[in-house]
Design a protein around this ligand. Sequence first.
Ligand SMILES: [Zn+2]
Length: 660
Amino acid sequence: MFLQFRTLKILYHTYFPIRQTMRNNRLRAIALTGALVLFLFSFFVNARAIPTDSLVLMDLSAHPDDEDGATLAYYAKLFGVKTYSIFYTRGEGGQNEIGSELYDDLGRIRTKETLEAATILGTEVYFLGFPDFGFSKTAGETFIRWGGKDIVLERLVYFIRALKPDVIITNHDTITTLPDRQHGNHQAVGVSAYEAFDKAADSTFHPEQFQDPTIRPWQVKKLFFRFFGKGNPAQVVQINITKKDASGKDIQEISLDALAKHRSQGMDKTSIERIPEWFRKHTYALIRADQHYPPDAYDLFSGIQPSMRVIARLRAETVDFPSLLSLNVSPNFSVLERQDEKDKFQLRRNFTVTLVNNSDEEVPVDLSVTSDSRKIFYKSYQIPHGAFADKVTLTVTKSIAAQRQLLRFDALPGQSTPIEMKPVSKTVTLKPVHAEFEKKIAIGLVKTYDNTTEEVLQSFNISYRLIDSAMLAKGDLHKFTTIILDLRTYQYRADAVLYNDKLLEYVRKGGNIVCFYHKVGDWNGKQFAPYPITLTNERVTQEDAPVSILLPNHPFLNSPNIIRPEDWIGWVQERSIYLPADDTTKTSSYYTRLLAMSDSEERQPPTSILWSQYGKGSYAYVSLALYRQLRILNEGAVKLFFNLISQSRQPSKRGRRARD
Ligand SMILES: [Zn+2]
């Protein structure tokens, strides 16, 4: 209790030196002590409550790494302000730049990264638990996917009433529109922040929350949106992030150290130079206030006096710490092969199971595999600290119609485990897939961070070789019928950048390259393809967006598999990302545009697959989110993938686009 009191005094004093308003320190101290006695008493009554008199700042973010770490650190480190970072999602719908984990696994990685960053920033983190379902274009779509606007407001209001912030800030606004409009998830944060400002104080809004005595109506005093220089806000506040904290580090450095923890978003490679000029300023526009406060061009809290409040200790499950035990299974999916008898399918395959023990103790772990609620494998291990891998051979026979099957891998810490360790499980998809590939193909794969392409090749026993740096430098590439440049090759394989001339020569002499998607910054201005391709940030985010075939006779759509309308059904998350521009001054007219697809309201470039002859060979650039579909063994996507890699060395001449 004494400690707590001292902490309060320190917070109180550290904030006040910059605030000129404090004249009658002694009077305030007496009043404060009185208030403290009362609150310490209530603290005994309700052990869940935390009384505080420090100012409270809350930052709202849609996804991990969206927080304004610099402003949070500025107030926490320099002025002892209590800071909270609220995340609507765990970012599981994003792309993983350090491994093949996606969805929930990626969410766990991002949760851990966010907590590491928060430790550096000195903030406390809560997740609202909404799903990150991938890129969306409107707040409306986001609210629907999050269960409706009322649910979103209810949850946000709960956290405001519990944590009682004086000031709320967010990087996300509701102001910017096309062409700079933000991600729909970001827009939804801005909209809900704006409305929650009133709702949190309104005692008729979800009054059932007040059953917990520490959850009370709460009036936030000011709401700010990060301001990127558009429009003409009434009041603007600039945060001076070059100030140094007690350790002599400036706030900008601290925030970059925290940002670097977001490794799965590639943020460990960020330096101040790589942050665009317009994003380096931490400027905020005042959007709402409960009354007039004297403005201060450098302080979000101007005119706000610290006041005592009881902060609720929130339910533990709002912060979901990653388990000390983790489990990975490769491949993530596998193909059931048709047997002679009608509708009998079989799988006989090796899986690599990796168990990681993040605790310091050696722990017993039981691994079991279940198929159709029947245990088909069981083994016990002693796992020391670190990673441990084992090969597991499974045989499964199914007499089913062509349906998806699941194999569930469970790792259960033994009874005698000395520390608390949660069990973990992993599901592997098994599916019969009817898709043909050319039997004589030899694939070279320039692999990056994702395992999907390799696992598909393995699942179908397609002959392939990984192309490493030595092979790029000295090897004979012409033994490959097709070379696949996997996701973001030119960002993750410096050797591919270095030996790109050799890759292009391979095409010129009759090879085929299939290049998967890149981000704008990986690619533009660097001339990696034989003819210019300029990427944009356009996406087709609706996974069921209608697809029109522009060139029905092209081999990619016919051989060896005929792509039919049903092959576009059952896709997940999105169709296409970072679409090349259609404009022929940006993306050469030498490329044939094969497919057109659009989200409901807009027309997007027909550039999901670009194809061109080059010398004796051919080059394809594919911005379809094919890897997400291959992971679930979507049959149409597998057929299309096989068509892309099954073309002969010297494809027949194709007409160029009529309009050129
Ligand atoms: Zn975001």
